[in-house]
Design a protein around this ligand. Structure first.
Ligand code: MEV
Length: 425
């Protein structure tokens, strides 16, 4: 299989789907599910008070090699240029072998907040003394997870001072295997609460997962050869940009937003919880006490650019929408992932690639040129352009550097007039 499908972007959507299906082994039924999208009956089973579905474009980023494997990346996003930029970045990374990834494994934390404890440090030690009993109780809530090698791996206890007095906070450290894990760890935390109250003499309020998934980190690394990305000046420009994001939260926010353009698009395309991954990424970005970038860029001894990323990626393949959303089932198959951990590492690679592509554009021609041609198409559609007119009107507006709905409407009227005139002749 290859992710380097030449001329992919020039194909009509149906042909692209066929090409992706051929490469990834999607069957006729799965292809038709992607074409049909999420039906109202299914949507009605997923959330409450359903009145319809809102559709978001689903595209494929090409050219990715991740851990030596060719991977097509399904991305769901409303933002123009994101998928093209990811494909472009991945093409540049290919020359040095693509992305290599690693992870800490699928481990989440649940918190149990104990208040009103008179002797919090002593209570902390009492809980730790009961670690085996509490672990057994929690694991009894999810024998399936334990059977597959997951379950509680550790218990940590913190004493935290707050404005309403000290609190004891118990962390259940749970290997969630192929689940995102929120349901599993929340059930465990709720089950332990009464026993924790007995042990500590305190009152439990919160029993919930922490989205700062610092034990579920995914990492990716890639070398971008200087000659592939526009030369040594571009390498230096990217390093300058990255250095600002390391020290300036105003820039770090935008830098990380660019990373999340890729991350969230894959999380959404696979039916995972975008908010959980975003909360994890941004809280991890400020774990040092200052909000910082999630990627780093350096020059290696050959003068090439080396990019790295590390961030929490709490995603699953079982238990959430991934298994029930008809399109998500196919996107997971296109990715060819066998575990939630595989998926998290691919997502980290896409985040790095997306960030690299944005920084490269910023360090060379600027971001607007690429953005503008797609933006111009959207504006043309808004103004009522159809079929071939969309491309023509967009190209004219981009060339004139006047991209707005009024100008699009003028051009549509002008071109339609001309077509009518030609037809009359
Ligand atoms: C736009 O969606 C994302 C960028 O602003 C990211 C960045 O500035 O690095 C281009």
């Amino acid at each position: 299989m290859t992710s380097r499908i030449s001329g992919f972007y020039k194909l009509p959507p149906g042909e692209r789907l066929k090409a992706a299906a051929n490469e990834s082994g999607l069957g006729a039924e799965e292809v038709s599910q992607v074409e049909k999208g999420l039906g109202i009956e299914q949507a009605d089973k997923m959330v409450e008070n359903v009145i319809g579905v809102i559709q978001v474009p689903l595209g494929i980023a090409t050219n990715f090699i991740i851990d030596g494997r060719e991977v097509l990346i399904p991305m769901a996003t409303e933002e123009p240029s994101v998928i093209a930029a990811a494909s472009n970045g991945a093409r540049m990374a290919r020359e040095a072998g693509g992305f290599s990834t690693s992870s800490t494994g699928p481990v989440m934390r649940a918190q149990i907040q104990v208040t009103g404890v008179v002797d919090p440090f002593s209570a902390r030690q009492s809980i730790l003394l009961h670690k085996d009993e509490l672990t057994r109780m929690a694991n009894d809530k999810d024998p399936m997870l334990v059977k597959y090698g997951g379950g509680v791996k550790d218990i940590e206890v913190y004493v935290i001072d707050s404005r309403v007095g000290p609190m004891v906070v118990v962390h259940l450290i749970v290997d969630c295997r192929d689940a995102m894990g929120a349901n599993a760890v929340n059930t465990m935390a709720e089950a332990l609460a009464p026993r924790v109250e007995e042990i500590t003499g305190g009152r439990v309020y919160l029993r919930i997962i922490s989205n700062l998934a610092d034990k579920r980190l995914a990492r990716a690394r890639a070398v971008f050869k200087a000659e592939e990305i526009g030369g040594h000046e571009v390498v230096d420009g990217i390093i300058q940009a990255a250095a600002l994001a390391e020290v300036d939260p105003y820039r770090a926010a935008t830098h990380n937003k660019g990373i999340m353009n890729g991350v969230t698009a894959v999380v959404l395309a696979t039916g995972n919880d975008t908010r959980a991954v975003e909360a994890g990424a941004h809280s991890f970005a400020s774990i040092s006490g200052r909000y910082q970038s999630l990627t780093h860029y350096e020059k290696n001894k050959d003068g090439d650019l080396v990019g790295t990323i590390e961030l929490p990626v709490a995603v699953g393949l079982v238990g959430g929408a991934t298994r029930v959303h008809p399109v998500a089932k196919s996107t997971v198959k296109i990715l060819g992932v066998k575990s939630a951990d595989d998926l998290s590492r691919i997502i980290a690679a896409v985040g790095l690639c997306q960030n690299f592509a944005a920084l490269r554009a910023l360090a060379s021609e600027g971001i607007q040129r690429g953005h503008m041609s797609l933006h111009a198409k959207n504006v043309a559609v808004q103004a009522g352009a159809k079929c071939d007119l969309i491309e023509i009107v967009a190209a004219r507006m981009a060339a004139e550097r006047r991209i707005n709905v009024d100008r699009a409407a003028e051009l549509i009227a002008e071109l339609e007039q001309k077509t009518k005139g030609e037809a009359a002749n």
